[in-house]
Design a protein around this ligand. Sequence first.
Ligand SMILES: NC(=O)c1ccc[n+]([C@@H]2O[C@H](COP(=O)([O-])OP(=O)(O)OC[C@H]3O[C@@H](n4cnc5c(N)ncnc54)[C@H](O)[C@@H]3O)[C@@H](O)[C@H]2O)c1
Length: 369
Amino acid sequence: MTNEEKIVYIHPKKLENFMSDVFIGLGVPEEDAKIIAEILIASDLRGIDTHGIQRCKMYYDRIKEGIYEANTKIDIIKDGPTTALWDGNCGMGHFIAYKAMKSAIEKAKKYGLGAVAVRNSTHFGIAGYYSLMAIKEGMIGITTTNARPSIPPTFGVEPMLGTNPLTVGAPTDEEFPFCLDCATSIIQRGKVELYERLEKKLPEGVVIDEKGNSMTDPSKILEKMLERKAALLPLGGAGEEKSGYKGYGYATVCELLSAALCNGIFLRDTLGIIENGQKRLKVGHFFLAINIASFLPVETFKNTAGDIMRTLRSAKKEPYAERIYTAGEKEYEAELERKEKGIPLNKSLQQDIKIMQEELGLAQYEFTF
Ligand SMILES: NC(=O)c1ccc[n+]([C@@H]2O[C@H](COP(=O)([O-])OP(=O)(O)OC[C@H]3O[C@@H](n4cnc5c(N)ncnc54)[C@H](O)[C@@H]3O)[C@@H](O)[C@H]2O)c1
């Protein structure tokens, strides 16, 4: 029996409360823990299995090891009408990112645009959540972060850039917004972990070894990634034939916005640095909120944006394709389904939950596994 066959479904609210209690149990203040859990469950609800409960144990271990500060202290280094520079002091990335996008939105409400650059933060999960925050306020939201090295530069084999997501979200007149939320690599690390949990092989041309050969075994890839001997290819793939330099270029744009603009950690240093004898895993982020009402009525924008999405989906299809999607559509449909059906947990996630439950004595949660 594979991991895939042992799936159980859990109510999203129960899982969210559990994750919140896990963080509280580790010393994260209650308000912060609730925000972090809300962002993690949003990932699971939206069908992004790689960045919700799947990451909870990783954060758990990092807090326990002192790599992340459970009690986040944000320093505002510089604050202007439309811009701000923050220092997250290695606190909890989701909480820092939430507060930073909130600040960008407040600035955009007053002055049309709001941008916040953050240094010394930590992994913030799905970039799309923060763009969705702006969408809810009738704005366009742009979010990026850097991350530990995974992508090699074109013609290189050494992982240098993170899978650096670049997310752009905008409201439409449809039931769901446009939300392009993805890495600048063909696949991101969480998906390799997912393939491993599901005991599946990766396609060719997505990951390379130190000689530039394709790798498909997820366990081997994760092992070699630790040794920096496997790299996740940028969008477009290896070399110049399929324009891999475009993905490489966009990942570099993310690095500039997430590190150069805040004087933060970049490239190899995101693998970890030692500060006062303590290992730290730091990254930087960038958030931009664009207030549509400063350009034209939000409804006018939404109608045009909706027309663009509908027109795209009306394109002539490939012979065997059932339908054409626009970005954000699959996540919306996943959310509708998962609110009803629950969040799927494979065997490995069930084990993670059991470990955290037992170690923190969260006996009030009854699970069927
Ligand atoms: N914090 C980090 O360091 C970090 C790093 C990398 C990725 N991430 C996050 O991981 C998540 C997953 O990233 P990913 O690269 O695996 O995403 P992915 O490859 O699954 O792509 C998802 C995006 O593509 C759109 N999409 C999917 N199929 C489509 C279709 N047929 N037509 C049109 N649009 C379609 C989706 O709506 C979504 O916007 C994202 O939320 C991202 O922010 C985080």
